[in-house]
Design a protein around this ligand. Structure first.
Ligand SMILES: [Zn+2]
Length: 464
């Protein structure tokens, strides 16, 4: 209660100083004065008026998690499902309540705009996703959407007037659950012709086409999907608030992570084919075991990654399947899926090259056929924009919050937005770094800190 009262007093003192300024000098445009305060000249009064409605925000996070196809505490919310449609309605309602003008594009990326005093300037965009993989938690993505709407509320309550328009986005389908395509909405926004074409023939595991699924959710795709594409420069900045999904901030007791780069993944599919045979009858010198070829390649992936000399290079064989999968049968086929990431694209591509060479060498030495070596995707990493890093950093300093610059090893919609807009990300700590499981948790005060930093950063970017 005491803190509530002091918050009210603080915000009253902010407004009274505001009134005093405008009555002192009638030519003074109070809007501009507020802008100056937010651009760092007289920041102290405005800082104290940045109050997050923490309990309300937590209630919204809880309410949104109830739109789920699995029981609490797990959350399952798959693209264009009934629950996804309900959750979308919930987000649009909150955007409306915050006074944002809401629009949706053809695939259901949802935008809510607060028009600035100079609407002709490129707006500042913030947001994340709310879809959730099966049996996951309620914070991944959600913090960056509900938190963004609350950041707008924070700015509005403080009396701030944006110069550049501020816009909140909820991206369609960050998770690849339904159609096997991650960051579907942001890839399209970034103008992926390849994805536009692919979506014409994409079906889910139930053989429902992307277009039919979208229609179910109320989006008719008969218009050309290139209507979703954004031109480079449509936004002056994009910034995403997200839980860290790793343990560093919590372990080190740091409030805010400022992302400097997002490591980008490449994924590779590999198939080996041998002759198979009876596990007893075929003698060792006569074998060409596709399973052992796969095992050797898995170890080669680890070796090449470690050889890169950088801690930022990682590689994983997450799928290794053997055919026919019987104890008494020599594997005649093997299938591997390899994920490798780095913040340095050249270094990562060198690892891919080495993996390819190893696959060829193994197929030769083991006399198995390398029937497929397919690079499924090879996205470039993204660097955050210096000016956004600086704005976030000074926001942390002004709010007296500890912060650390760090790399995002998971990728996000930000990776693709970086192709068309200067990009930045704000991380908050989460319990033990857990994510994509029901135990995922971020403390309300950590979420509130993230929202405050986001609000102040948006304020600064709006005036820049
Ligand atoms: Zn996410």
């Amino acid at each position: 209660m005491a803190s509530k009262i002091s918050a009210v007093i603080l915000s009253l003192s902010f407004f009274s100083s505001f009134v005093a300024i405008s009555s002192q000098n009638d030519e003074y445009d109070p809007t501009i004065k507020t802008m100056e305060q937010f651009s760092g000249y007289q920041i102290h009064d405005s800082i104290s008026s940045l109050s997050v409605h923490t309990q309300n925000l937590q209630r919204q996070i809880d309410e949104l998690s109830s739109f789920s196809d699995t029981p609490a505490p797990s959350v399952t919310r798959v693209l264009y499902s009934e629950k996804d449609v309900l959750a979308r309605g919930y987000i649009k309602k909150l955007m409306g309540l915050s006074g944002l003008s809401v629009r949706e594009d053809a695939v259901g990326n949802i935008f809510g705009r607060w028009v600035g005093s100079q609407p002709e300037l490129a707006p500042v965009l913030t947001g994340s996703h709310i879809d959730a993989i099966p049996y996951s938690g309620k914070y991944d993505g959600v913090v960056g959407v509900l938190g963004a709407i609350e950041a707008i509320n924070v700015l509005k309550r403080s009396g701030f007037k944006p110069k550049r328009s501020l816009e909140v986005i909820m991206f369609t389908s960050e998770e690849p659950t339904r159609f096997g395509i991650s960051c579907l909405g942001s890839r399209l926004l970034a103008g992926s012709e390849e994805l536009k074409e692919l979506l014409k023939k994409t079906v889910d595991s139930q053989n429902i086409s992307f277009s039919d699924a979208a229609t179910f959710a109320g989006y008719t795709l008969n218009e050309d999907l290139s209507s979703v594409f954004l031109e480079k420069g449509s936004y002056s900045a994009f910034i995403e608030l997200h839980i860290e999904q790793g343990p560093i901030l919590e372990e080190e007791g740091i409030s805010i992570g400022i992302v400097t780069a997002i490591a980008a993944p490449a994924s590779i599919k590999v198939d080996f084919e041998g002759n198979g045979g009876h596990a007893g009858a075929v003698l060792m010198p006569k074998r060409n075991d596709a399973g052992l070829a796969a095992a050797e390649l898995a170890l080669a992936v680890e070796k090449h990654v470690l050889e890169s000399g950088s801690i930022d290079t990682v590689g994983t064989v997450g799928i290794l399947e053997l055919h026919p999968g019987a104890i008494n049968s020599i594997p005649s086929k093997s299938h591997l899926e390899i994920d490798t990431r780095d913040i340095d694209e050249k270094r990562r591509n060198l690892v891919i090259e080495k993996i390819h060479k190893s696959a060829l060498r193994i197929s030769k030495s083991r006399e198995v056929n390398l029937s497929e070596f397919k690079i499924v995707n090879q996205d470039p990493p993204a660097l955050s924009e210096d000016s956004i890093i600086e704005a976030t950093e000074s926001a942390c300093q002004e709010l007296k919050l500890s912060y650390k610059k760090m790399i995002s090893r998971a990728y996000h919609d930000s990776l693709f937005m970086a192709r068309i807009s200067p990009m930045g990300m704000i991380f908050i700590p989460c319990y033990k770094g857990y994510s994509h499981k029901p135990e995922e948790f971020a403390a309300p005060e950590d979420v509130a800190n993230g929202v405050k930093v986001l609000a102040l950063t948006l304020g600064k970017l709006s005036l820049s």
